[in-house]
Write a new protein. Structure first.
Lengths: 309, 310
């Protein structure tokens, strides 16, 4: 049982003066305790989020007086080829990154969860990139991807394959970034799946064994269904973060070559802080937010449906 | 009334003593698993090792194909250059100052609020808590541009008047780097959950003795909450150290650059000096990796129970 704090009996508010007089010492203390949190939250999050919505209907930029332009930014969005390009690239990255990362994460979690020694070693190793900064990892992979002196092309050469252009080719740039992101991100689904696996009671497997189920059947009919909530959770949070990829893009390709890797957040950054079209960038940011919200709602609906069955 | 929570979420050690569930029938399968896991572990480590090797190899060996791993001429020249001509000592110091202060402020600000949300009785408590959680759901990107403008319009700073106009405010300054990173619904939530699991009797005893809320918080609650405070401190330091977009947006001068910004300078060079860049990358990697290796226990607890990557 959790500690349930009894609700304070509602104070009838006849008058605002009455309200202030009714404040207890405990309430005053509580107010002082939340104040240091509420100030930065209000100033750096709540007000900006609302202001950003306002800016998306203006032509705000540092360079000129602000004017209300209605839906013109969103009109511009629809006609902006680069916006559609970036939307496509973000979706490309997300669709490429998430299944690979989740499959690899599930596989590693199951392997680490089996009768393997040095579990802690493996867990630490797979999680290592997640404590390292994205920029540092991007720099390391920029070096690995180097077409002339990079380790990856050297490895290809050793096994007798032709060298690749990696980040410098329009076709290979995005797959390269996906490769790096799967490598960098796999530890997160692995750890969450591991916790999920450890939450499955051994008795399910014993019952299955008694009934003569094979290991594969046990995996398919016990493990996977019981991991479903974990899977949906990982999916929702990875969609949200994958759609917002920026660090590796900025540090490795800056959207190139020929806009092959420009993503939504990269476009927002470019429009807001290189061209100073901040109104337009705000409109893009809110569009991205609406998109993510929609995707999350769909996902959570799917999860709710899965729970009912 | 006696009410002690059954599960202290954060003190459950995840997977440490659990028996493995997957029964591997044959030795062959186990060997296959070992081979695959080791291959995966090696591919995880190779980029890190390559980074370190490149940073200590002389330039002539860096650009040899096929690559040379072992050489007798390891050198610290790249580190010296990164720290002296590359200003990485300054960037490192800036990152250290920012990440440490963000962590310290985050501990206090979030723990205080979590205490009020978990332990005190006041009107608006549920409403404000929902607001804090809702803010956590907002992608940081939405607020990016107006936050930049608000930081720029900080009154009485950077040549601004009381209306926040005329100067650059907190742009390109430590407070501008630090304060917008303080306060997180995620940490408040984590701390509140932990505080809720502590028995109320402890505080009641304090109250009977006439202790005020501040004393109870400081003397009773915080000392009992070291594990969860460690989780918050580690996550917070790591997030602040690795933060990139916010410094990118507000830092303008070289003397305020964080180490992550310092690394991206190389990318614009025509011919990248890989030795120096990998030395800088190694320097940027060491603090968070070291903390991770020393405090893995807390990491695993925090990550597994919240499902949020650190």
């Amino acid at each position: 049982m959790h500690n349930v704090i009894p609700r304070r009996p509602a104070v009838p508010i006849a008058h605002w003066r009455h309200f202030w007089r009714g404040i207890t010492r405990e309430e005053r203390a509580a107010f002082l305790f939340v104040l240091p949190l509420m100030i930065p939250l209000l100033v750096y999050w709540i007000i900006p989020a609302v202001a950003s919505l306002y800016y998306s209907f203006t032509n705000y930029s540092v360079l000129q007086p602000t004017r209300w332009i209605g839906l013109a930014n969103f009109q511009r969005l629809v006609d902006d080829d680069l916006f559609w390009r970036s939307l496509w690239n973000s979706a490309y990255f997300t669709v490429g990154n998430i299944p690979l990362m989740m499959l690899a994460g599930l596989f590693l979690a199951m392997a680490v969860n089996s009768y393997v020694r040095f579990r802690n070693f493996f867990r630490v190793v797979f999680y290592l990139p997640l404590v390292t900064s994205t920029i540092a990892l991007s720099m390391v992979w920029l070096w690995l991807f180097d077409p002339n002196f990079g380790l990856l092309n050297a490895a290809l050469q050793i096994i007798g394959l032709p060298p690749m252009q990696w980040l410098q080719s329009t076709n290979q740039a995005m797959p390269s970034i996906i490769l790096m992101s799967v490598w960098a991100g796999v530890g997160s689904p692995m750890l969450i799946y591991l916790a999920g696996l450890q939450g499955i009671s051994e008795s399910f497997y014993e019952a299955a064994r008694v009934d003569g189920a094979t290991g594969l059947q046990a995996f398919w009919y016990i493990t996977l269904p019981l991991l479903r909530p974990v899977t949906i959770f990982i999916m929702v949070s990875s969609i949200i973060s994958s759609f917002q990829i920026f660090g590796p893009i900025y540090a490795m390709t800056d959207g190139g070559p020929a806009f092959a890797t420009t993503t939504l957040v990269h476009q927002i950054y470019i429009n807001g802080f290189r061209y100073f079209s901040m109104g337009y960038a705000a409109a893009q940011a809110w569009t991205l937010f609406a998109l993510l919200l929609g995707l999350s709602v769909i996902n959570l609906r799917l999860m709710a449906r899965g729970m009912e069955v | 009334m006696h009410s002690i929570a059954d599960t202290t979420t954060l003190s459950t050690s995840v997977g440490a003593a659990q028996r493995p569930q997957l029964r591997v029938g044959s030795v062959l399968l186990l060997i296959a698993i070992y081979v695959l896991l080791s291959a995966a572990a090696i591919s995880m480590l190779v980029p890190f090792l390559w980074m370190v090797f490149t940073s200590i190899k002389p330039n002539e060996t860096i650009f040899q194909m096929p690559p040379v791993v072992w050489t007798t001429q390891y050198t610290v020249a790249h580190y010296v250059r990164a720290l002296t001509r590359g200003n990485f000592d300054l960037y490192f110091l800036n990152s250290m100052i920012v990440a440490s202060l963000v962590t310290l402020l985050n501990l206090f600000v979030n723990a205080m609020a979590a205490y009020a949300f978990a332990r005190l009785r006041w009107r608006l408590r549920e409403t404000l808590f929902m607001v804090v959680l809702a803010v956590m759901m907002l992608p940081g990107l939405i607020a990016l541009i107006p936050t930049f403008l608000i930081v720029k319009a900080t009154p009485f700073a950077g040549g601004n008047n009381w209306l926040g106009q005329g100067g650059t405010g907190w742009l390109d300054s430590y407070p501008g780097l630090i304060f917008p990173m303080v306060g997180s619904g995620f940490y408040v939530f984590l701390l509140r959950q932990f505080f809720l699991t502590l028995p109320a009797e402890l505080e009641d005893a304090g109250r009977v003795d006439g202790a005020k809320e501040g004393t109870i918080f400081w003397r009773i609650l915080l000392p009992l909450s070291k594990p969860v405070l460690a989780v918050v401190a580690i996550f917070s330091f790591q997030a602040a150290w690795n933060e990139f977009l916010w410094p990118l947006v507000i830092v303008q001068s070289d003397k305020m650059r964080t180490i992550q910004l310092g690394l991206t300078l190389f990318q614009s060079q025509n011919r990248i000096d890989w030795g120096v860049l990998m030395a800088g990358t190694t320097i940027a990697t060491v603090p968070t990796v070291a903390i991770f290796l020393m405090a893995q226990r807390y990491f695993v607890q925090g990550i597994a129970l919240t499902g949020i990557k650190g």
